[in-house]
Ligand binder design. Structure first.
Ligand code: CTP
Length: 382
């Protein structure tokens, strides 16, 4: 039996990136031989094992053929006769279809090393179309490596478009879409993910709520940064600010201008509530947040209340960061509206109301007195 390192580990090592996860392919072995060697079987649909010590995944070399639409329609064939090249051939992109032998030699039957050098995202074979997740993966790699000039090759783009036209991406589950979207948000140039999806037509099918953000034709914003859609500029700027994925998401959806589409997108994709909550605040309240530095004390207090800042103070800085990413005129830190909001919140939250409860006032009167004290505290700031 022979063991080869494959997939993302080889790709990332060749790119000089840190390797997080190692996947191995075992050629010439059987399930019984793996179990006898101490590996623990984990794969239900195909033979994958965990190494007893490293915990790395070892898969028997296999071929796959699609037999029906959707995810479950795969015929998997794993046997000691399946060659390394056959296993590499079933993979998505050439840069993910390079293997490394025990002696460190690369096995690269599909030109993956050359494509890494040229910055080319290219499918291995027409079997690319058998798995619609690959449309999302390809867009994610385009975002991951955009700063090195990686582009989706024309032939692969054409295939992606055909997959969309054939309705293949409609079979993607919300969980897979969200998982790839969330990973794309953490890349250095996340806007590329959405641009690639728009170009092949997948955006309107998979993320219809975001489609209006990108404008009518992808070509309309090619080249000049100023001509790029506001959402994409804000998103990439949030990445430049090293913002969290939640803040990046909020910067992207902010130009939607209302909470409704953010809520339906997040509900459909089962997105974590942190994304939904920050996204809908950003979409609904970004103009007021941007103007926070000019707001009078009572308007400022009202904004803090609308943002639920007294119950959820941690979100305020994140929201201000998303608005900063969208604000064309401001990249400097500290961002004046953020400073103003955070200072105002601290001052208003520090107002002592302990004497009010003992004063004999009823609930609404206490609320009104607290409000007045907070407005006074904010007035004292300016
Ligand atoms: N693969 C594939 N098609 C998919 C998913 C995975 O062909 N839809 C293949 C690719 O060769 C990939 C390998 O399986 O490199 C391992 O997949 P995975 O661990 O999910 O991704 P990586 O490519 O290793 O990288 P990343 O973690 O960045 O996705």
């Amino acid at each position: 039996m022979e063991t080869y390192l494959v997939g993302g580990a080889v790709r990332d090592r060749l790119l000089g990136l840190e390797v997080h996860e190692r996947d191995w392919v075992v050629v010439g072995a059987t399930v019984e031989a793996m179990l006898a060697a101490g590996y623990r079987q984990v794969g239900r649909d195909f033979p994958v094992f965990l190494h007893p010590e490293s915990g790395d995944e070892y898969a028997l070399a296999r071929t796959e053929r699609k037999s029906a639409p959707g995810y479950r329609g795969f015929v998997v064939h794993a046997s000691p006769e399946v060659t390394l090249e056959e296993d590499l051939r079933r993979r998505d992109l050439t840069i993910n279809a390079i293997a490394e032998g025990p002696d460190g030699a690369l096995i690269d039957p599909f030109g993956g090393v050359e494509d890494l050098r040229l910055g080319r995202l290219r499918h291995v074979s027409p079997a690319f179309v058998e798995d619609p997740v690959r449309v999302l993966r390809c867009a994610r790699f385009a975002a991951q490596f955009a700063h090195w000039g990686f582009r989706v090759s024309h032939a692969t783009h054409k295939l992606m478009r055909e997959m969309v036209d054939a309705g293949e991406v409609d079979a993607l589950t919300p969980e897979r879409v969200w998982a790839e979207l969330e990973r794309a948000l953490t890349t250095p140039t996340p806007a590329r993910f959405f641009e690639v999806l728009q170009r092949c037509g997948a955006l309107a099918r998979v993320l219809p709520e975001l489609d209006p953000l990108l404008g009518p034709t992808p070509e309309s914003h090619a080249g000049s940064d100023d001509a790029r859609p506001r959402a994409l500029r804000a998103l990439d700027r949030a990445a430049t600010l090293d913002a969290s994925p939640e803040v990046r998401f909020a910067a992207l959806v902010l130009p939607l201008g209302e909470a409704g589409p953010v809520e339906s997108l997040c509900a459909r994709l089962h997105a974590p509530h942190a994304y939904r909550d920050l996204g809908r605040l950003a979409a609904a309240h970004h103009p007021a947040v941007r103007d926070a530095a000019q707001l009078a004390p009572d308007a400022l207090l009202e904004l803090l209340q609308r943002l639920d800042a007294f119950r959820r103070p941690g979100r305020l800085a994140d929201l201000a960061r998303a608005v900063q990413a969208d604000d064309q005129d401001a990249l400097e830190t500290p961002y004046p509206p953020a400073e103003r909001l955070l200072t105002a919140h601290a001052a208003a939250a520090a107002v002592d109301a302990s004497d009010l409860a003992a004063s004999g006032l009823d609930g609404p009167q206490i609320a009104s007195a607290l409000h007045d004290r907070r407005v006074a505290a904010l007035a004292a700031l300016s």
